[in-house]
Design a binder for this molecule. Structure first.
Ligand code: COA
Length: 384
């Protein structure tokens, strides 16, 4: 449908909003590339710190560069006392995504060189946004459990340190590796709703902290980052493998969305969900608990069958298996979306930097469907 001067596409589907060199999704073939590297290679050979470097510096680091980068990232893990106090003061009933949004805005007051305007802000020098998001999530969990803040470790990967800060004990190597690679899988995904939000805010020349804070608000929604929390709600509601079929029939009859299924871009199974499924298998075996894996595989099989019958194949996305992986790693459901945020913050920052390089403020149009111009009536002449 054509508006006065533009083209109307609900949900901006198919609209190219800008050019990018950061990420490419090949939805037909289920491929994802970050700066040209496949997600499979990054998951296998890189870690979150290296991928953050790749996102921000547009290439993989050399050995000395990576060592220096790790040292810098790890040195910024600890969060200032004022931020810790803010976390403690936050209402326990609030969702941690609300906390993250607020902390991100608040944090900008505690960076060494107070940044008032983004045009001069070199985000690469202020790694707090990326590194400390994880520490804030961990500190929130300690506060929620009424336990003291666990200071970060300097010698473990970003993911392993996060597990340590949340659980208060050093993770096993495989747990640290899985957690860190989950962050790699979530680090970047092109012009999704939260990234687009970050770019829109950056396009006004606001600060990178404001961009990231706004992106966190977008990620909070259950159609975006909140989906893996809902997947685990669904698994719990179903309870056992044999109840999957009747549950699906009911849900589809009620036109309910099956969480963790479907994607705007992927027309086949999300490549990240294959890797995530591998992690779920591994952690299922290590922990000797196959409950979640069995139910999820059955949902996948039966949902696929039902959707194929309708001629509308819909496949698992990255969130389908991630909630179960996190649950088996001993992480509470309330942290799932914040954990997505602590990975995606690296991608958001890369997009903020890219947006600024060749900026034009975003200002789409709307297709007006309201009343024609009409007279304003005094209150005693108005009728219902
Ligand atoms: N369960 C059941 N039906 C689904 C579905 C799901 N998870 N995902 C899509 N569909 C169906 C819709 O009902 C719609 O059917 P219709 O054409 O008969 O109305 C069709 O597929 C297109 O779905 P739509 O919601 O318009 O696609 P979208 O591109 O706007 O939305 C998502 C994409 C991801 C928001 C959507 O698939 C969804 O809500 N998935 C569940 C939430 C989720 O896992 N989000 C995480 C994304 S990484």
């Amino acid at each position: 449908m054509s508006a006065d001067t533009g083209t109307f596409c609900k949900g901006l589907e198919g609209v190219i909003a800008d050019t990018t060199t950061i990420c490419r999704i090949d939805g037909q073939n289920g491929k994802l590339y970050i700066r040209g590297y496949s997600i499979e290679d990054l998951a296998r050979y890189s870690d979150f710190e290296e991928v953050t470097y790749l996102l921000l510096y547009e290439r993989l680091p050399t050995k000395p560069e990576l060592e220096a980068w790790r040292t810098r990232m790890r040195a910024s893990r600890d969060i200032p006392t004022q931020v810790r106090e803010m976390i403690r003061a936050f209402p326990v009933s609030a969702h941690p995504m609300q906390l993250l949004q607020s902390v991100m805005a608040y944090m900008s007051s505690y960076v060494e060189h107070r940044i008032q305007h983004s045009a001069t802000c070199d985000c690469k020098d202020t790694l707090h946004q990326v590194v400390q998001t994880a520490s804030v999530v961990a500190a929130y969990q300690c506060s929620r459990e009424n336990k003291p803040y666990v200071p970060p470790l300097p010698d473990r990967s970003h993911g392993a340190n996060f597990l340590y800060m949340v659980r208060g004990r050093e993770p096993e190597d495989y747990e640290g590796r899985i957690m860190d690679t989950c962050l790699v899988l979530h680090a970047e995904h092109e012009f999704n709703a939260s990234t687009f939000t970050a770019r829109v805010v950056a396009s006004t020349l606001s600060t990178c902290y404001c961009s990231i804070s706004a992106a966190m608000g977008a990620l909070y929604g259950s159609l975006h980052g909140g989906a893996n929390e809902r997947v685990m709600d669904m698994v719990e509601e179903i309870g056992t493998k044999d109840r999957v079929g009747p549950w699906l029939d009911r849900a589809l009859a009620q036109k309910r969305k099956v969480m963790g299924m479907g994607h705007r871009e992927y027309k086949v199974k999300d490549p990240r969900s294959y890797i995530m499924e591998g992690f779920l298998k591994e952690v299922t075996e290590k922990k000797g608990d196959s409950r979640y894996y069995e139910i999820l595989k059955e949902i996948e099989r039966q949902f696929h069958e039902r959707m194929e019958e309708k001629g509308k194949p819909i496949h698992p996305n990255v969130d389908f298996y991630s909630g179960a992986v996190y649950t088996l790693l001993g992480l509470p459901r309330i942290l799932f979306t914040p954990m997505f945020a602590m990975a995606r913050v690296a991608g958001w920052l890369a997009h903020v930097l890219e947006q600024r390089k060749d900026n034009r403020i975003y200002r789409p149009e709307s297709l007006y469907q309201g009343p024609a111009p009409r007279d304003w009536l005094p209150i005693d002449q108005r009728v219902d």
